[in-house]
Write a protein that binds this ligand. Structure first.
Ligand SMILES: [Zn+2]
Ligand SMILES: [Zn+2]
Length: 337
């Protein structure tokens, strides 16, 4: 079977690998769609920290079951995968938080992933999603990242939530926050991305901090109170440090995007707000279930996210195009048959 291997940064190679064999506790899946994530783009570019090569990328998967040892699943059933393989026996796992397991192995990041025709995966990571088509299934994981951040923040209906960064994760986060009842404010330095927020996602409040006084605009929008929840989905050090000042008193600041440096902020400013700083990593099965409900009910429409499609045999050659700004890609999907 065909597999696409990232041999080293900048180099993809197709190889013919032997077929996976069915073992107890596992299922064999035929991979149908693979969403391209920022992680895949960084890994290919060689700027993903602690990344080992060669590696088969891909963790946003839609697949059908070819063979299974799990009586809850049927051959031919369409599924997705929760790609955070956890140890089951660490301080995080023991609290039911496999998303931040001490020994986590993310499928397609720490271990070989889904950019191949067939995979064998442990049954416990299969996710049922009746009624969802392949495109919707491939979006469940990236949208769950946003849903997890919303749950982490304890967002309540009516609160103002600022989302900094309108890439695919930020857009998903805005939609999850809106569905949780928040009044969402989008911030990005890229005008065309702000346009997407408004036109496709119905976000009313848009701020470009490169062009206007963000602090003043936030005061206007929130009647002087400032947003009670701020999410960073930019992964930009400058943006992360700057956004501390946007927090309301009592506010919560949730870091979703990741970067490599130390962050810094004024202790008195933070203290006087009695603010909370937290990170949000991956997602839980409950987050997956909520996103699946939103997709099943039509409250979330995959068409708003998927802007580009590539077939499996041409993706190696075209991979670099995906992240080029003029391409204006939100989510690219690789199609296998
Ligand atoms: Zn991802
Ligand atoms: Zn663990």
């Amino acid at each position: 079977m065909r597999a696409l291997i990232c041999k080293e940064p900048g180099i993809f190679e197709y190889q013919d690998l032997s077929e996976p064999k069915l073992e107890p506790g596992y299922s064999i899946l035929s991979v149908k769609r693979v969403g391209v994530c920022g992680t895949d783009i960084h890994a290919f570019a060689g700027n993903q920290p602690f990344f080992e090569y060669p590696r088969i990328l891909g963790h946003e998967l839609a697949a059908s079951i070819l063979e299974t040892t799990d009586p809850d699943f049927e051959v031919g059933e369409l599924v997705t995968l929760i790609p955070y393989f956890n140890c089951g026996d660490c301080v995080a796992c023991n609290q039911g938080k496999g998303n931040c397991c001490v020994r986590i192995k993310v499928y397609g990041v720490h271990i070989d992933g889904g950019m191949r025709q067939r995979i064998a995966v442990p049954n416990e990571y299969l996710i049922k999603a009746p009624g969802l088509d392949l495109d919707a299934l491939a979006l469940v994981e990236p949208l769950s990242i946003g849903q997890h951040a919303v749950v982490r923040s304890g967002l309540k209906p009516g609160e103002f939530a600022l989302v900094v960064g309108a890439g695919p994760i930020g857009l998903g986060l805005m939609e999850m926050a809106r569905l949780a009842g928040a009044q969402v404010i989008a911030m990005d330095v890229n005008e065309s991305r702000l346009g997407v927020c408004e036109q496709k996602f119905g976000i009313k409040y848009l701020i470009n901090p490169a062009k206007e006084d963000a602090l003043e605009r936030l005061k206007e929008i929130t009647n002087g109170n400032m947003p009670s929840v701020v999410f960073d989905a930019s992964g930009s050090l400058k943006a992360i440090n700057q956004a501390f000042q946007f927090l309301a008193h009592t506010g919560r600041y949730v870091l979703v995007g990741l970067q490599k440096e130390y962050i810094s902020f004024s202790h008195p400013e933070f203290h006087k707000r009695e603010a909370t700083l937290m990170s949000s990593r991956n997602a839980s099965k409950q987050d997956f279930a909520q996103v699946i409900r939103y997709l099943q009910s039509g409250q979330v429409n995959p068409v708003h996210y998927i802007t580009h499609r590539y077939d499996f045999e041409s993706i190696a050659e075209k991979f670099q195009q995906i992240s080029q700004p003029e391409n204006a890609c939100i989510k690219a999907i690789i199609e296998l048959d």
